[in-house]
Write a protein that binds this ligand. Structure first.
Ligand SMILES: [Zn+2]
Length: 328
């Protein structure tokens, strides 16, 4: 997707990419509901300039190192390691301290990086089998389900499972793709899956996507079709499992929109004012330094489709792809 440059997040300074030799899992988890105070976000629709939210650069650096440590521990090529670290850092730096704290707290079961889709599938299957969830591993082993990324919650701990998506060269060569849209970039996958971690344990009362406020915003802005019949955010964001909407997918797709850096926050707010206000209120996005006066632009689907099937069942959440092309 092309679009205007993302709104600058007021981060004072960034850690350099490629944190070689960083120690994994060195981040202490802040107690639930505690932690450094987050500047009070402005209400959506407020007039005039809004003071930017304070973002703690130290915390960004810590979490970037935390991810880099997990990348270093994975069995990856050096090129893939460098790529994963760069992508994780790019996405993490779009986030607020509260978003980062939730990711760290909700990934105590590990951040599992893989070289490609095949090793992601096998690694996820092994993880599920080890966790006593063989029934969920079976469709992976049989090849029925092809995960593009996953977030699981086993034995009280969340875990991220990432391949990281495809390189620009692979996408340009047309060698990868989902059935409905273009291939997922590494930033797409990271932003979507990390947003599942921000959301938290599926089915728990603490999961943000299960709050009435999110559901209201979802039904008002993510479900209704645009005049041309297309989805405002993405088809995947308004997917149903049976007759139930997958609010968590809408949440993760909103996170992809906000954190993958492809669309300005002004545009996000103009198209999804309620959903955007929810994310700001939760302290997950820095408020805009400058608000738009009006939105008179024609609306369009804001995200390309990258996933085909959401497998949201029990403790497992898998974003599956069903394109007939492989990445190699
Ligand atoms: Zn998802």
């Amino acid at each position: 997707m092309t679009g205007p440059a993302p709104a600058a997040i007021p981060v004072a300074r960034h850690a350099p990419p490629g944190m070689k030799g960083a120690a994994p899992a060195a981040i202490p988890v802040a107690p639930a509901q505690k932690g450094p105070p987050v500047a009070k976000p402005a209400p959506a629709g407020a007039k005039g300039p809004v003071a930017p939210q304070a973002v703690e650069p130290t915390h960004h650096e810590d979490v970037v190192k935390h991810f880099a440590g997990h990348v270093d521990r994975a069995n990856l090529s050096s090129a893939k390691k460098a790529a994963h670290k760069q992508t994780a850092a790019q996405v993490l730096r779009q986030m607020t301290p509260r978003a980062l704290r939730r990711i760290v707290r909700h990934s105590q079961g590990g951040i599992h990086y893989h070289n490609d889709l095949a090793s992601l599938r096998d690694g996820l299957a092994a993880y599920l089998e080890k966790g006593g969830q063989a029934e969920y591993a079976a469709p992976l082993r049989s090849g029925k389900t092809r995960p593009g990324g996953a977030f699981t919650w086993l034995r009280g701990k969340g875990a991220l499972h990432l391949d990281g998506g495809y390189s620009a060269e692979q996408i340009a060569a047309g060698r990868v793709g989902s059935r409905y849209g273009r291939a997922a970039s590494a930033r797409d996958i990271h932003a979507h899956e990390l947003s599942h971690a921000i959301d938290g344990q599926l089915g728990s009362k603490t999961a943000l996507s299960q709050s009435q406020e999110w559901k209201d915003a979802y039904h008002a802005e993510i479900v209704p079709s645009l005049p041309d019949g297309t989805a405002p955010l993405s088809e995947y964001a308004r997917k149903k499992h049976g007759d139930k909407y997958l609010y968590n997918e809408g949440f993760a797709e909103m996170g992809r929109l906000l954190y993958s850096g492809t669309v300005s926050h002004e545009e996000v707010q103009a198209n999804f004012p309620k959903a955007y206000a929810f994310w700001v209120k939760q302290g997950l996005v820095a408020p805009l330094a400058k608000l738009l006066a009006t939105d008179d632009k024609p609306r369009r689907t804001m995200l390309h489709e990258i996933f085909d099937t959401s497998i949201t069942t029990g403790p497992i959440h898998i974003d599956a792809i069903s394109g007939d092309k492989d990445e190699r």
